[in-house]
Design a protein around this ligand. Structure first.
Ligand code: GBH
Length: 497
């Protein structure tokens, strides 16, 4: 029923009008004030801001190793060795957070600061002290910590055993997560196990773009997804069994998704594409039946047999794990940045095999959509509204937190395009709420300019600029910081400054 309504809505708007509307603005619909229980915050991740890569007993992560060994793979040959120096200068971040008036701060913990070689016996008190101090200072200032357990910086000591290609990751990750619950769970009430499985698995295992550079398309990525889902499920159950009663927190996962529009408004294409991108991770956790979406299991098994394989490249999770993973999240974290138009491929897409070939759509932005500094990032706020409605209808109106959303540029202080992006996207969230979507949290990416992975410091996402020339790393508010502060204070979406 709901999906029929969605189809009609998309049908009515049509791709024509969408393209016309695709100018980074969106019309307000309904109530103009955010509900009382809706929270605004900002997000960062450890490797991208902390620096202090070997300070106080920290171990080496795959991003430390990768940037040190392959400087030419980073656009400006930089790394996260010092970054915004948040390890040394957290008080500057705290001041910015207070200035903004955020209700929560989403940050990640560097596994290698807690367990330098990845395993529990290598515990490092100084790393623990650092996060205790961050958490205590946040709480003392009325800011709730929202903690990502894993944001891509796997200890090299864990990668030695295969990382996410070995099912050992299930116990390795849940041992680490258990220690975090024990150490910080009296104060941290919102946990995110993994940030963006798509990036972890497709980039690092399906391709060689990021560490550990496995490069096994259509196979390595699915092995990684499967092990990651199991590790997530195990870490969720552990919290329920040992901590939930006393600590009363929530545990979720953050999925990254580009919304899709069909050039022909074909609902079958949209549904199939959404199962392939969001559903691959969301369906096992949030659907009524669990396991991977049936269409993926069927189609990928068939391709695998056609390729002469003995078994599917994406096997079912099986009875035991289906049960562990189904329902293993108290909310769905979503990182939304952008959207694409899709149409069925005329020639097979990508290498054989690969997730692209399994997906089998041509995917492109509309030529009128405004583009950020990042070549993949176009401003299309309609995508966020549609995504939230899609999740409402497909996943029984599960609780959603927007855990990232943001815009890149050269780092200018007069960042009017970033303001336009935030204005339109936060309005899209409010429209979705007015339409019954169960979303209660928004985190802007990012608090400060930081290390943008392979793009180094050439693409800036911060509300605050960081003086990278000075050891003091002064934070300077951009125009967008002042805009976001006003938005938070008024709990509405101001029309500019
Ligand atoms: C999110 O990824 C991440 O959670 C965050 O860490 C990141 O800074 C932010 O968004 C902005 O990108 O340079 O070859 O690794 C969103 C997906 C991941 C897409 C990085 C672009 C760059 C490819 N982005 N990716 S590479």
């Amino acid at each position: 029923m709901w999906s029929l309504v969605l189809f009609v809505v998309i049908g009515l708007l049509g791709s024509e009008s969408l393209v016309e509307a695709g100018n980074c603005t969106i019309v307000a619909k309904g109530n103009l004030i955010f509900p009382k229980d809706f929270n605004f915050g900002v997000a960062t991740s450890a490797y991208q801001i902390e620096g202090g890569w070997n300070a106080d007993g920290k171990g080496v992560s795959i991003w430390d190793e990768y940037t040190h060994n392959n400087p030419d793979r980073i656009k400006d040959r930089t790394n996260g060795d010092s970054a915004a120096e948040s390890y040394r200068l957290f008080d500057l971040d705290l001041k910015a957070l207070k200035d903004l008036g955020v209700k929560h701060y989403r940050f990640s913990i560097a596994w290698t600061r807690i367990f330098p070689d990845g395993f529990v016996h290598s515990k490092n008190q100084k790393g623990i002290d650092y996060y205790n101090s961050v958490i205590n200072k946040l709480l003392a200032n009325g800011i709730e910590p929202m903690v990502t357990v894993y944001h891509w910086d796997l200890p090299v000591g864990i990668q030695k055993f295969g990382g996410f290609s070995n099912s050992l990751i299930i116990e390795q990750f849940s041992d680490y997560a258990e220690e975090l619950y024990k150490l910080f769970g009296d104060r941290v009430k919102t946990w995110i196990t993994f940030n963006e499985p798509h990036q972890i698995c497709k980039s690092g295992y399906g391709s060689e773009k990021t560490p550990p550079m496995v490069g096994a398309p259509g196979v390595g990525d699915y092995i990684c997804f499967t092990n990651l889902l199991k590790a997530h499920g195990a870490a969720y159950r552990l919290y329920q069994d040992k901590f939930a009663k006393k600590q009363k927190g929530q545990v979720g996962i953050t999925l990254d998704i580009w919304m899709v529009f069909s050039e022909t408004n074909n609902k079958t294409d949209i549904d199939r594409a959404m199962h392939y991108n969001l559903g691959l991770l969301a369906y096992p956790i949030f659907s009524k039946t669990g396991d991977f979406p049936p269409i993926l299991l069927k189609e990928i098994e068939k391709s695998s047999f056609d390729e002469g394989r003995k078994r599917s490249r994406l096997p079912s999770l099986g009875e035991y794990w289906t049960k562990v993973i189904r329902g293993s999240s108290d909310f769905m974290g979503l990182n939304y940045y952008t959207s694409r138009f899709i149409k069925p491929a005329t020639e097979p897409e990508g290498e054989n095999p690969s997730t692209e070939r399994d997906y089998n759509y041509q995917s492109q932005p509309d030529k009128n959509w405004p583009r950020a500094k990042s070549d993949w990032l176009y401003c299309i706020p309609e995508g966020l509204e549609y995504l939230l409605k899609y999740v409402r209808d497909e996943y029984d109106n599960v609780e959603v937190k927007i855990t990232e959303n943001g815009w890149s540029d050269d780092g200018e202080l007069n960042d009017d395009k970033r303001i336009k992006y935030y204005q339109s996207h936060i309005q899209a969230v409010l429209n979705a709420i007015n339409d019954g979507c169960n979303v209660n949290s928004y985190s802007a990416w990012s608090l400060v300019d930081n290390f943008e992975w392979n793009q180094g410091y050439t693409e800036k996402f911060g509300l605050y600029s960081v003086n990278m020339k000075s050891p003091k790393r002064e934070r300077i508010p951009k125009k967008s910081a002042i805009y976001y502060k006003k938005l938070i204070a008024t709990r509405s979406v101001p029309n500019g400054l």
